[in-house]
Write a protein that binds this ligand. Structure first.
Ligand code: SF4
Length: 443
């Protein structure tokens, strides 16, 4: 029996899917100590803030929310507060955490979250604040514990860190260089999730999944990993994020085309339609290269669902550069675009660049871009007509719906449910008000 057994915990997550999955592991670690999860941070005995610093807003929110718990800590001095993740890992961050958060009991970074149980046990003995930020991983980054809420889609880490150093991004500074997980570990985790836990989608995670394997002793590639995972028996599909155009090879396109178990959806961040801005971003590719990938992918998999990330208003972005981004959108016709206004990140080269674009202009540009994308997306709906898609059949509000690999919903009227959460082919027969409906065909 340890001093945490029977106590309650609450985990608060900020940021990307990597952090969401990291929090699933944190919940697993806390449950392994015999603790019970509750959703009230005020009442919980242990509260973990898993932080993000990719944008200033996420940092502010985490900081303000942890400050707001100061009172409940005063009322319950035995309450344990933990801050972990990207914020503490950052050198010269916006907040001097050591100075500002003396009431937070444990502050750790991104590399030692897997050792959270040890830190908690240590704190229970010494009752002294622990601040431990390490700059490299020691041993396996995985604790082996994980509690997933989602019962359909499971995140699985395949590579940690990033070697790319885009000039706007803090990730390489807080997550370090690339560390790939051994293929056998990933294989066993996916096999267990599919065959014992019934997961339908496995989403492989990494800051740059295409770089997978380069750092392993027995070098391998992401395409080889996908091929291997597709050998696992079961009715499931594999998604992955995020891809980097520089490392996106033809071998991957071949595997995506050949393997039914690889979802026909691709998120390929472009960030800007101007090669001049891409060079300033240190993205290692130009628009010609990016478009050559899109062309090959569309040729190999005509019904693929494409999505991207775009940063609007990067320092030095002229009207002409921005128009090139709009042009790119019209050309590629993405199914989904995630557009962000550039925001300065202290510690990154772009924060020091001259020609910062003012907020009003960034706002105008991002709205213009989103308006255009809305029109494109509506137009895109037409491409579904009379086409057949491999869908996950689910029951939503009592109605059968087929979900495509790209997340599009196809309603299946008059379908009698015998089963759900299985894959079937669905043919789109009608489009009304941009809503799709269709019939199930055999797979
Ligand atoms: S590829 Fe660029 S944007 Fe993505 S995590 Fe690495 S440095 Fe950041």
């Amino acid at each position: 029996m340890n001093s945490y057994e029977g106590k309650s915990f609450n985990v608060i997550t900020y940021g990307c899917q990597m952090n969401v999955h990291e929090s699933e592991k944190i919940r697993g670690i806390l449950a392994s100590l015999g603790m019970l999860e509750i959703d009230d941070a005020e009442k919980a005995d242990v509260v973990v803030f898993n932080t993000c610093c990719i944008r200033e807003g996420a940092e502010d929110r985490a900081y303000n929310n942890i400050m707001a718990l100061r009172n409940s800590k005063k009322l319950n001095p035995n309450k344990v507060l933990v801050m972990c993740g990207c914020m503490p890992q950052q050198k010269n961050g916006k907040y001097n955490l050591k100075e500002k958060l003396p009431f937070v009991d444990i502050i750790i970074g991104t590399y030692n979250i897997n050792q959270l149980a040890q830190y908690l046990l240590m704190f229970a003995v010494k009752h002294k604040q622990i601040i431990e930020i390490v700059n490299r991983a020691t041993g396996n980054m995985d604790s082996g514990y994980c509690i997933r809420d989602d019962k359909i889609n499971a995140y699985v880490n395949i590579i940690y860190g990033c070697n790319k150093f885009c000039t706007y991004c803090i990730v390489p500074y807080v997550r370090g260089r690339e560390i790939s997980r051994p293929m056998a570990d990933i294989y066993n985790e996916v096999k267990n999730l599919v065959q014992n836990e019934g997961y339908k989608y496995i989403t492989l995670l990494g800051q740059n999944v295409n770089s997978y394997g380069k750092d392993l002793k027995e070098q391998t590639t992401f395409a080889e990993l996908l091929t291997e995972l597709c050998q696992i028996e079961g009715d499931f599909k594999i998604k992955f994020m995020t891809s980097h155009p520089m490392d996106f090879g033809d071998d991957l396109i071949k595997v995506m085309k050949k393997e039914n178990k690889v979802a026909k959806a691709l998120h390929l961040p472009v960030q800007s339609g101007s090669s001049r801005i891409l060079a300033k971003m240190n993205r290692h590719y130009d628009i010609k290269h990016y478009m050559s990938i899109i062309k090959k992918v569309k040729h190999a998999i005509p019904n693929i669902s494409l999505s991207t990330d775009i940063i609007v208003g990067f320092p030095g972005e002229t009207e002409k550069d921005f128009n090139k981004t709009l042009k790119l959108l019209k050309k590629v016709k993405y199914d989904q675009v995630f557009a962000f206004m550039y925001s300065k990140r202290t510690g990154t080269p772009a924060a020091e660049f001259e020609e910062q674009i003012d907020e009003k202009e960034k706002n105008l540009r991002v709205n213009k871009l989103l308006r255009l994308q809305k029109i494109i997306q509506k137009e895109q709906t037409k491409k579904f007509f009379k086409k057949t898609f491999d869908c996950l059949i689910q029951q939503i509000n009592g109605v059968a719906v087929g979900i495509t690999d790209g997340g599009k919903e196809i309603y299946i009227p008059n379908y009698k449910f015998v089963n759900q959460n299985y894959f079937a082919k669905v043919k789109v027969e009608e489009i009304r008000n941009h809503k799709l409906s269709g019939v199930i065909n055999e797979r």
